[in-house]
Ligand binder design. Structure first.
Ligand code: NAD
Ligand code: UGA
Length: 470
């Protein structure tokens, strides 16, 4: 097979944008076209205002600046770019289904199906189709069926290449991946397609880090990787509750446990709960898959990871209410951090949404500051949260009137009874806490949902402080 010269990626989101920028940067001989149905997003990717790309990631704008217009292009011309490409990546969203069979658990494959139909429609020559989105096992079979039935005259080879980048460190992760996983059919065409993609990654990833497997192992390994990572967080979070009852300190326990090489130190940081668009949806997808195959005990095991995450968020909210004498009604509570982790503008499934909404439902006035998430997004997040809870429009409007967004922590915390740290943004450790203390109500509480602050120093200033698992 000739070397790949022209790639198309369907989906210009958190995965499509950064992964394609890095492929273009590392492979100057390949032309990479990223397409999306969302014109507004494509306009932002093409804008000269590099500080406002649709995705905020450290190091991303510098790479986009270097390759955009040379061998990296963003457009809405899906027909043209599919037709020109030899290899097409699917990096569309795969959310949890909101209605119908499998509602609240199974993956909604609508966007994947739409993309497959577009590929079939606009292809006149053989194409390699790469699953980059995270998908339930055997989705490749469904994609193949659509392609074959819609366009029997063209040869398509579907392979799986799940993405393991984490937001906030996407560029670092893409430059130095722990591994690249590529799964294909064990046929001659399957082998050729896998080899074509291996050659692309070989431009910067050492061969020993490129793992090739069968298609179903590759699809499943992605779900399992996320489930294992989330399981570690729920494990340490469950222990944080026990620490609070016994006088043990969860950070000390985590350090001691993580020193064992067989366990390792990563993903043992207790928190208010994991967020992000993927952990919950991918575990739910795994649970649905297990139930589909009648493996109910396995399904229950993985479902418990989500149960503990919900418990942790709930526990945190209750702790705030209890500490403020059993009621937050008409009290000002400052929320520092809205994104689901530091160094990203992504707030999907952020714990901040759940904690803030619950506090507002309990009568509080919420005052938010986040360095990267925009005001409109914060308001849209809570609005969507309440709509999903079937709350009536009038009540939602009342709730929305009780959330205010600020440009800095000082204004956000003025006259507040409590401050909640919900994202581990580094700038929160450099805040002038004495100044903030002087402007807050008494007793002045800090609920540190990320355990990033120095407890003793803050206590000496006069704060009451709660940290997870302490
Ligand atoms: P996203 O919502 O940021 O981006 C998806 C994009 O696909 C959107 O811009 C949407 O408009 C576009 N799209 C949908 N249907 C389309 C169509 N028919 N034609 C053209 N464009 C279309 O989603 P994301 O966070 O980039 O995630 C994409 C996939 O990657 C998901 O399966 C996710 O599980 C997986 N993943 C995400 C991450 C992450 O950090 N966000 C990491 C690893 C894997
Ligand atoms: C995660 C995985 O780490 C990626 O490998 C994967 O590709 C990605 O999901 C995906 O499939 O979308 P991401 O969600 O971007 O990446 O970020 P993480 O660093 O995994 O953090 C997820 C959540 O867990 C965040 O809310 C974070 O604050 C929380 N977390 C993480 C903890 O509470 N404790 C920890 O020790 C680590």
């Amino acid at each position: 097979m000739d070397k790949i010269k022209n790639i198309c990626c369907i989906g210009a989101g958190y995965v499509g944008g950064p992964t394609m920028a890095v492929i273009a940067y590392k492979c100057p001989n390949i032309t990479v076209n990223v397409v999306d149905i969302n014109k507004n997003k494509i306009d932002k990717w093409n804008s000269n205002d590099l500080d406002n790309l649709p995705v905020y990631e450290p190091g991303l704008s510098e790479i986009v600046e270097k390759v955009r217009g040379k061998n990296l292009f963003f457009s809405c011309d899906i027909e043209k770019e599919i037709s020109n490409a030899e290899m097409i990546f699917l990096a569309v969203n795969t959310p949890t289904k909101k209605y119908g069979e499998g509602k609240g658990m199974a993956i909604d494959l609508k966007y994947v199906e739409d993309s497959a139909r577009l590929i079939a429609k606009f292809s006149n020559e053989p194409k390699i189709v790469v699953e980059k989105s995270t998908l339930p096992v055997r989705t490749a079979e469904a994609i193949e069926k659509i392609l074959k039935s819609e366009n029997p005259s063209v040869k398509f080879e579907v392979i799986s290449n799940p993405e393991f980048l984490a937001e906030g460190t996407a560029i670092k992760d893409l430059f130095k991946s722990d591994r690249v996983l590529i799964g294909g059919h064990k046929t001659r065409q399957g082998f050729e397609a896998v080899t074509a993609l291996v050659e692309i990654y070989s431009n910067w990833i050492p061969n020993e880090k490129i793992i090739t497997t069968n298609l179903w192992s590759s699809e499943l390994s992605k779900l399992v990787s996320n489930a294992f990572l989330a399981q570690r967080i729920s494990s340490i979070n469950s222990i944080s509750a026990l620490c609070e009852s016994t006088g043990a300190d969860v950070d000390e326990v985590s350090r001691a446990v993580g020193k064992d090489k067989r366990i390792g130190p990563e993903f043992l940081k207790a928190s208010v709960g994991f967020g992000g668009s993927c952990f919950q949806k991918d575990i739910l997808s795994l649970v649905y898959l297990c139930k589909y195959y009648n493996l109910n005990e396995v399904a229950d095991f993985w479902k418990s990871v989500i149960n503990i995450n919900n418990y942790q968020r709930d526990r945190f909210t209750k702790k705030i209410i209890q500490s403020l004498f059993g009621s937050v009604s008409d009290k000002k509570i400052c929320i520092l951090g809205w994104s689901f982790k530091k160094n990203t503008n992504d707030s999907r499934e952020s714990s901040a949404i759940v904690v803030s909404s619950n506090l507002i439902e309990n009568g509080a006035e919420i005052r938010v500051y986040d360095p990267k998430v925009k005001k409109e997004k914060i308001l849209a997040d809570v609005n969507e949260y309440w709509l999903n809870q079937n709350i009536k429009r009038d009540l939602i409007n009342d709730y929305l009137s009780r959330i205010k967004i600020f440009e800095n922590p000082n204004d956000a915390s003025e006259k507040a009874s409590a401050i909640c740290i919900l994202t581990e943004w580094e700038e929160f450790t450099a805040i002038d806490w004495e100044l903030i203390y002087s402007r807050m109500k008494r007793p002045a509480w800090i609920f540190d949902g990320r355990n990033i602050l120095n407890r003793e120093i803050l206590k000496n200033m006069g704060f009451d402080i709660y940290q997870i698992g302490k």
